[in-house]
Design a protein around this ligand. Structure first.
Ligand code: ACM
Length: 267
């Protein structure tokens, strides 16, 4: 039986220093998601705050607590009957995290804190200390990672081992390799990947959009433009990701030889 999950990507152009503008973008996307019966809505990384902070102090002023902050409240409101995930600059008593809270049916379900910080993010954020999560949305299993996690194939592999059928991937991409790498992440784990990238320029950094959804066989099912903003969607059957047979004798996960990979988990 074909079972369909409608995945929506909200490709935005967040404005650093203008949280109200970023909130309006979210509200507009939620209205469009309602009109188009989106089941899972994914927005870019740091969608509430923008990315290129002048200083840690500026990031603090643009941060919010999860789930009480204004952006999170709007995500919660917009998650009736669906999942909403977006990157949020998270303030906690110990410091800031580059986080992705997930809301479902009006409530906060979990927050993933980015484990691998990119470049100047190291001056602003603490790294997350927990492995990437998988959660159930009805019969579906969705995993979550953030942007630069893409270059560590361990992250997508952990999510596949935890049963994820679809990896949700909020991003603010600067280097040009990720989209091709995510095709590989899909193939090597036989999962769907959903990369929601931002567009626009911020303080000398350019973000190139082209948000995409990739199928377990590497087919790119949806690709947005390099400067478009707005909602795009595609219907997928997540159960396709449950078939891990690459040939009649090769099961992608069972054929692994972890005893020979110990070097990978040495600190
Ligand atoms: C990135 O992790 N935002 C490149």
């Amino acid at each position: 039986m074909l079972s369909v999950l409608r995945i929506g990507i909200g490709q935005t152009d967040p404005v650093v220093g203008d949280p109200d503008a970023n909130l309006l973008m979210l509200r507009k996307l939620i209205r469009e998601a309602d009109a188009n019966r989106i089941d899972v809505l994914v927005l870019p990384e740091l969608a509430n705050s923008g990315y290129a902070f002048e200083s840690r102090e500026e990031a603090v002023t643009l941060s919010e607590t999860i789930p009480e902050g204004a952006y999170c409240k709007e995500m919660a409101k917009g998650s009736s009957g669906r999942v909403v995930v977006a990157g949020v600059c998270e303030r906690t008593s110990e410091g800031l995290y580059n986080s992705a809270p997930l809301f479902m049916n009006g409530r906060h379900v979990l927050t993933y804190r980015k484990v691998h910080l990119f470049n100047r993010e190291k001056e602003v954020f603490l790294p997350g200390e927990s492995e990437p999560p998988v959660f159930e949305f009805g019969e579906y299993r969705l995993g979550l990672m953030i942007c630069w996690d893409w270059i560590f194939p361990e992250m997508a592999r952990i999510l596949a081992l935890k049963g994820a059928q679809v990896i949700l991937h909020p991003a603010n991409l600067v280097l040009p390799y990720c989209h091709r790498a995510m095709v590989t992440r899909s193939i090597e784990n036989r999962v769907f990947t959903v990369t929601a990238n931002r567009v626009g320029e911020e303080r000398g950094l350019s973000f190139y959009g082209e948000s995409q959804v990739v199928a377990p066989n590497g087919e790119v099912l949806l690709k947005m433009g390099g400067s478009d903003t707005g909602l795009a969607w595609v219907d997928i059957d997540p159960a396709r990701a449950d078939d891990k047979m690459m040939t009649e004798r090769n099961h992608l996960l069972n054929d692994r030889r972890p005893r020979l990979y110990r070097r990978l988990v040495e600190d």
